[in-house]
Design a protein around this ligand. Sequence first.
Ligand code: S3P
Length: 172
Amino acid sequence: MKDNVILIGFMGCGKTSVGIRLSYSLKRTIIDTDKWIEKKQNMTVSEIFAKEGEQAFRQMETDCIKELINTADGQIISTGGGLPIREENHGLLKELGRVYYLKVTPEAVYERLKDDTTRPLLQGADPKAQIEELLLKRAPLYEKCADVIIEVSGKSFDEIIAEIMKEESKER
Ligand code: S3P
């Protein structure tokens, strides 16, 4: 198993913000799978969904994790919220490192993302219902995939980072 810290969780749970802060605390560099894919494809995630469809994007996510298993070590990896949908990715994520699930409430996600235009899956007429439905469906997958579950709703970044740092210190 590689020595990476992996952040999984629903859109808007704070994976990117937590990942950046964590990279200072742990002195590790950060890789974001969405950004990694966007760079490789030279398209935004929204463009990939529009031009190639969601399934093509899901395959790009699996390919990304496979490549990171060969190239990433001692890093922080922030993942797209849908990456754990594919059960095949669970074993790959475990190979890649320790998986932290940032667990968030649908209300908190809605508050953060109600005006967002970059998440293609939340651009329908009723984003609130979409968030609730998707989160309900995905929660068991996130939990199955996780080594550690961190409840993030109502907590400050400092509190979240402290919890992750505490878990990481057990690994040393
Ligand atoms: C998705 C989450 C997004 C991005 C894409 C699909 C999802 O990443 O990968 O829009 O299916 O939950 P974030 O979790 O970083 O928003």
